[in-house]
Write a protein that binds this ligand. Structure first.
Ligand code: NAD
Length: 334
């Protein structure tokens, strides 16, 4: 029976993952360690919060003593905790390096000492930086553009170094853009949905031609579980296979789903360092771990909009506090 320590389990993806984990019969105990920053909410865990196998610990991955105590008795670690919002990172806050890099170092140190059986470090396609053409495989160079992506790239290397140095059985997952219920309204899809539902305009950067792969959050969680079970220690696995859309294409779908007028789509000058295109090859996880995404974008975007429609209590107080970054085009378009 597995005992799993999940960091960042009150955040968007972590909370979906904890719910999935608790559906599994071979999980005896789950401990969530979450600092409950502006991005973490125990409400995200829903009924899972009351599951007798779950222990929730409010605390930071930067607290080495706490992390060491918690690691004892856990066979597996899944590490989601991070500062995750690109726009906030553009302000150059040291918190991104502290949480994402130092926090990961503290976790892998403790996990190595306690000889956990598997450590899954959750990361992002943004570490590869923009691609003009082709798809990034796991051995593509790390060319992050923004501080968030750079801190994640550094944390990936820290996690992998624990495998090489101490033999910690680390796997790194890098997924494309996730969407689904419970996501903080500072992120693009919930920001657009919550504005369109209130009849407010949405603003696209540049000409809205940035291309992203949109993956349902439960598909990412399924990929992380597949890597936990079948991934080879020391390996990186890309998780994608969602739908590639430009921001304009995505916005047109959201306008339809929310029953909003076309003229609510507005444009502002591009933001700083806005990568033009991300694309990942995910054949490795498919071949080695049997991963296949199952969710249909149109159906799930509609379900996501329904969730925000039904839960204004959850997002309205947060929307008003969403961060605003000055618009500025300082880098040439790719
Ligand atoms: P999120 O911002 O919704 O959640 C982050 C969680 O980490 C929050 O609950 C927060 O309270 C917690 N946290 C922050 N600092 C902490 C600390 N010092 N100690 C303990 N907990 C702390 O993020 P998310 O979107 O759920 O992303 C989770 C992970 O997945 C991140 O590592 C992110 O880089 C990665 N990722 C996200 C996406 C995406 O589209 N959202 C895509 C690829 C990878």
């Amino acid at each position: 029976m597995n005992t799993v320590l999940v960091t960042g389990g009150a955040g968007f993806i972590g909370s979906h993952y904890v719910k999935e984990l608790l559906q599994s019969d071979d999980v005896a105990r789950v401990t969530v360690l979450d600092a409950l920053t502006y991005a973490g909410h125990v409400e995200n865990l829903g009924e899972a919060f009351l599951d007798p196998r779950l222990t929730f610990v409010e605390g930071s991955i930067l607290d080495a003593v706490l992390v060491d105590q918690l690691m004892d008795g856990h066979t597996h670690v899944v590490h989601f905790a991070a500062e995750s919002h690109v726009d906030r990172s553009l302000a150059g806050e040291p918190l991104f390096v502290e949480t994402n890099v130092l926090g990961t170092q503290i976790l892998v140190n403790a996990a190595s000492r306690h000889q956990v059986e598997r450590f899954v470090h959750v990361s992002t396609d943004e570490v590869y930086g923009p691609l003009l053409e082709g798809m990034a495989t796991e051995d593509a160079p790390l060319l992050p553009t923004v501080p968030y992506a750079a801190s994640k790239a550094a944390s990936d290397l820290i996690a992998l170094s624990a495998h090489r140095t101490y033999g910690l059985p680390v796997c790194v997952t890098r997924s494309s853009n996730n969407y689904g219920p419970n996501q903080h309204p500072e992120k693009l899809i919930p920001r657009f949905i919550t504005r369109l539902l209130r009849g407010k305009p949405v603003t696209l950067h540049g000409r809205g031609e940035h291309l992203r792969n949109w993956l349902h959050v439960q598909d990412n969680c399924q990929g992380i579980s597949a890597v936990m079970r079948h991934g080879r220690p020391g390996e990186i696995y890309n998780i994608a296979g969602g739908t590639d859309l430009t921001t304009v294409q995505l916005t047109e779908l959201l306008l339809k789903i929310c029953g909003a007028d076309q003229d609510l789509m507005t444009f502002v000058p591009d933001r700083r360092a806005n990568d033009r295109r991300y694309a990942m090859d995910w054949s490795k996880i498919r071949a080695e771990c049997g991963y296949r995404p199952e969710h249909d974008l149109l159906e799930e975007l509609a379900a996501t909009a329904d969730w925000y429609r039904a839960h204004p209590d959850r997002w309205a107080p947060l929307s008003d506090r969403a961060v605003v970054i000055p618009q500025q085009a300082t880098t040439p378009a790719l």
